[in-house]
Design a protein around this ligand. Structure first.
Ligand SMILES: Cc1cc2nc3c(=O)[nH]c(=O)nc-3n(C[C@H](O)[C@H](O)[C@H](O)COP(=O)(O)OP(=O)(O)OC[C@H]3O[C@@H](n4cnc5c(N)ncnc54)[C@H](O)[C@@H]3O)c2cc1C
Length: 252
């Protein structure tokens, strides 16, 4: 998988501190910004964390490019409604000979890997065959309705993806651009960096958090699974490895 931070709000710490300070200050925005020295930004952001006043962090947004992940991951990440997604379309993009994501546990067991690869090859063959059949039949219909043969072939080819994709598996690779604000990212990291999250989205979320911390350490210093800042919130489902998880995320 490849996760890149492709854009983010410049001076995010200061923007968030200014947005929060504005709520409690008499001064105009320019003088408020001028007074925000790096020390003041830091102390204001620390204070903000303790207040539960969360909306100021919505002013900073981060945009990621995510590639080489499965459609299974796509189904999970897009459940996060406070985010913007642009995803490679299986309708417009021909997925013949598609790449796929192999779960590590399957990769480790030769018998499972053999079965998995056979399933992928079979899916790929069914996809190609369906495209061929759909394209041929649609082309005939378009020509019969009066379309020029070359144009009909082109149109039929394109539209065949639309139904052939129904046989593509969850493992099929995809890519997306995702934008979230800091409030939504913190919620995302709390849920998806946790050991309870599925391995692939956990890997993506952990890398996204590492990238966020590299450019905005103050805003993300406490971001991560719930146990990073106190008790585990997972109750009976807790992994019971809080010390290990805390160490991992405090050193990320
Ligand atoms: C370990 C794990 C297992 C899961 N298993 C399943 C499963 O089996 N089946 C399944 O369907 N989903 C499952 N989910 C998905 C989960 O239920 C959420 O849909 C997903 O994590 C998105 O979280 P969110 O709603 O907090 O995020 P967002 O959609 O980004 O929302 C952020 C926050 O905004 C607020 N919000 C957003 N929309 C509303 C709304 N309509 N009403 C009120 N408040 C709102 C909430 O406070 C929410 O926390 C699982 C998630 C995890 C982490």
């Amino acid at each position: 998988m490849k996760v890149e931070l492709i854009a983010y709000t410049p001076d995010a710490d200061k923007i968030v501190a200014a947005a929060a300070k504005l709520c409690y200050a008499k001064s105009d925005i320019n003088s408020l910004m001028d007074k925000l020295t790096p020390d003041k930004v830091e102390s204001f952001l620390n204070m903000l964390d303790g207040l539960g006043h969360e909306s100021p962090v919505e002013h900073a947004v981060f945009t990621f490019g995510i590639e080489g992940v499965s459609r299974a991951l796509l189904a999970q990440i897009t459940r996060h409604r406070i985010a913007s997604f642009s995803v490679q379309s299986q309708r417009y993009v021909d997925k013949s000979g598609f790449d796929y994501i192999t779960p590590p546990e399957i990769a480790e067991i030769p018998e499972a890997l053999e079965e998995f690869k056979a399933a992928m090859e079979e899916d790929s063959r069914h996809y190609a065959r369906l495209k061929e059949i759909l394209s041929r039949e649609r082309c005939k219909r378009l020509i019969a309705s009066g379309m020029d043969a070359a144009e009909a072939r082109k149109a039929a080819d394109k539209s065949a993806n639309e139904d052939a994709r129904f046989v593509l598996p969850n493992a099929c690779d995809t890519r997306m651009i995702v934008t979230m604000n800091v409030r939504s990212l913190r919620n995302f990291f709390r849920l998806r960096c946790c050991s309870r999250a599925q391995w692939e989205i956990r890997e993506v979320a952990t890398e996204m958090l590492r990238l966020c911390r590299s450019v905005a350490p103050l805003l993300f210093s406490k971001a991560g699974p719930s146990c990073l800042n106190g008790k585990c919130s997972e109750g009976a489902f807790s992994c019971g490895r809080m010390a290990e998880v805390r160490k991992k995320f405090s050193e990320l």
